[in-house]
Design a binder for this molecule. Structure first.
Ligand code: HEM
Ligand SMILES: *[C@@H]1O[C@H](CO)[C@@H](O)[C@H](O)[C@H]1NC(C)=O
Ligand SMILES: *[C@@H]1O[C@H](CO)[C@@H](O)[C@H](O)[C@H]1NC(C)=O
Ligand SMILES: *[C@@H]1O[C@H](CO)[C@@H](O)[C@H](O)[C@H]1NC(C)=O
Length: 542
């Protein structure tokens, strides 16, 4: 029998070696994501065990139907339905839709000169991590192909605690004053009466706080709709303070550069894909990992010394602007490789709590106002969303922890058993350490309240590489302005023109062209355009 089992096993292995399966009935190819259940059955040729209720009592087969029975006399049915009644937790207030995956970080260049962080020291050192790729404005079930900020969060399980990076695909963020978080996300999300996205709200906000225009321009540019999560560069945006063993401080911006290359979709391409697959980004990532085509990002950091930072003519802590070219140098650090799918989406993705304030010795972290606010408000929302013990949920657990926290809504793990629950104590509870090299002073950062249009102007004229790209940005903006009410349109065009006369002209012209075309559209033309869209959708050449 043993030889037979081995042969059977070989056949199974050979059969599953190629990920894409031919469906012999329809002769079409099935992608790995759609084969997940078949994969499970291949791994488990027999039922994985006896069915029980949650208390462990085995379920008798007659309890799996209810008709003509005393249906509440047994626990199986009431437990099944009551549990389903309670299975939702609140979705994240932003970045609700996302996909998780595991991987590792590997050091490729020794940066101990800049930081003593263990995770970044020692070429070849690997640190396990969990990642989460997300869209930012969409709700939990929403489509992924909108011109929406894409995110990549990473939690590195280092030997000195969890190190989290929360990254977005523009290099800049929307505002430097954290009080704008709630108003901005409201403006970008649904109108409270119509429950529809409302671009009048978006442009009303932006034209009143033009510091958000720079990130908005990034979003309207080619990188605004990357061709999948694997093909985007991604940035934590803040300027981080780091320090070495001698206590020298450096100021760095981290950049995660896709080894797959940055690839982009036009709005029309994205619309065509969305009509077929709203989960295109997640499916692409899932399938790539299943095919062992592991996506990777190179981590590099732009560096300035404490001395550099004091002698430049702009605010290097302002997250709404780029560092000026020529004022810093770039150092390679390592690479992130994503190579394992989550076992269960809720367990490893929905319950994950990424917190930019999770830092390690050697990285004292950003000092700007946005970051100070984020240190408070990420745990705040996670205490609400997951409970006060969210770091005891498996996916969030560091490799090592000994705290003076006790009790609260489960999970609790061992709740520190019988150890002293107050500090200080003389009974050998956990003790703090001394970090001789930790900075003894903190920078006092004062940021301007002024609405500076220069960073947006710089993006438009110097970061965008040519007029064709500037025109695409103008066209995307114009298309978002088509249904904006006149007063807000007026303010918006004024701000765009003040930012760059060329930008103002292009948007105005493009908007006029769109309106002229819309005025001419008759029902037959509309039908023809829809037919064209459908054709594009079916034709892979688009
Ligand atoms: C005042 C500024 C900000 C506030 C108040 C804020 C707030 C939030 C909140 C409440 C969440 C949901 C967290 C959860 O439920 O677990 C979130 C998620 C996220 N934020 Fe922010 N945010 C801010 C700025 C930023 C910046 C500057 C970045 C990056 C450049 C960023 C990137 C992300 C990402 C990637 C996520 C998704 C986390 C995940 O995958 O679970 N945010 N933010
Ligand atoms: C699938 O392809 C095989 C040959 O490759 C052919 O014999 C069969 O008829 C096809 N089935 C269908 C449903 O088209
Ligand atoms: C995507 O857009 C970025 C930014 O303009 C550009 O650098 C990159 O080459 C584009 N990728 C492709 C494949 O066109
Ligand atoms: C738009 O602004 C112009 C001046 O720049 C003004 O004359 C006009 O009345 C404004 N229109 C609206 C609808 O606010």
């Amino acid at each position: 029998m043993e030889w037979f089992r081995r042969v059977l096993w070989m056949i199974l292995v050979l059969h599953t070696a190629s990920c894409y399966h031919k469906d012999h009935y329809y002769n079409n190819t099935i992608d790995p994501a759609s084969l997940q259940l078949q994969e499970f059955r291949t791994e488990h040729p027999r039922p994985i065990g006896l069915l029980t209720i949650s208390s462990g009592e085995p379920v008798e087969i007659r309890d799996t139907v209810t008709l003509n029975t005393e249906m509440f006399n047994r626990n199986f049915h009431p437990e099944l339905t009551s549990h389903a009644d309670r299975e939702r937790i609140q979705e994240r207030v932003v970045h609700a839709k996302g996909i998780g995956a595991y991987g590792y970080f590997e050091v490729t260049n020794d940066v101990s000169k800049y930081t003593k962080a263990d995770v970044f020291n020692g070429v070849g050192k690997k640190t396990p991590l969990v990642g989460r790729f997300s869209t930012s404005i969409e709700n939990l079930g929403g489509p992924e192909l909108g011109r929406d900020l894409k995110g990549l969060s990473m939690k590195m399980y280092t030997r000195e605690g969890n190190l989290d990076f929360l990254c977005l695909q523009p290099r800049v963020y929307f505002y430097r004053d954290p009080i704008m978080f709630a108003p901005l996300i409201r403006a970008f999300r649904r109108n409270p009466r119509t429950n529809l996205y409302d671009l009048t709200m978006v442009w009303d906000f932006i034209s009143n706080r033009p510091q958000s225009l720079n990130a908005m321009l990034w979003l309207q540019s080619d990188v605004g709709i990357p061709n999948g999560y694997r093909k985007m560069n991604i940035f934590p945006a803040h300027t981080y303070e780091i320090y070495n063993k001698q206590g020298d401080r450096y100021y760095v911006k981290f950049n995660f550069i896709s080894e797959q290359g940055q690839d982009n979709l036009t709005t029309i391409q994205a619309m065509a894909i969305a009509a077929q697959d709203q989960d295109y980004y997640s499916r692409d990532l899932y399938n790539a990992i299943a095919e062992k085509n592991y996506p990777a990002w190179r981590l590099e950091m732009d560096v300035m010394s404490l001395n550099d930072i004091k002698n430049i003519d702009y605010d290097p802590f302002d997250v709404t602007r780029l560092w000026k070219r020529g004022t810093y140098h770039t150092v390679e650090v390592g690479r992130v490789v994503i190579n394992r799918r989550v076992e269960n989406n809720f367990k490893d993705n929905e319950q994950a709590a990424y917190n930019p304030g999770n830092l390690v010795p050697g990285i004292s972290g950003p000092q700007d106002y946005i970051f100070k606010a984020r240190r408070i408000f990420y745990p705040d929302t996670q205490n609400y969303r997951l409970g006060v013990n969210h770091n005891k949920i498996e996916v969030n657990m560091p490799r090592y922890e000994r705290t003076y926290n006790r009790d609260g809504v489960p999970p609790l793990r061992d709740n520190m058993k019988d150890a002293p629950n107050y500090y200080p104590n003389t009974f050998n509870g956990p003790v703090p350490y001394v970090d001789e090299s930790r900075p003894k002073e903190t920078l006092l950062i004062l940021e301007s309240q002024a609405e500076d249009l220069e960073p947006s102007n710089d993006f438009y004229h110097n970061v965008l590489e040519d007029d064709a790209h500037r025109q695409r940005v103008a066209d995307n903006i114009a298309s978002s302005l088509q249904n904006v009410v006149p007063s807000v349109l007026n303010n918006t065009l004024r701000v765009l023109t003040l930012t760059s006369a060329d930008l103002g002209r292009r948007v105005t012209a493009s908007l006029e062209a769109l309106r002229a075309a819309a005025a001419k559209i008759n029902p037959a033309e509309r039908t023809r355009r829809i037919a064209q869209c459908i054709e594009m959708n079916l034709n892979p050449k688009y």
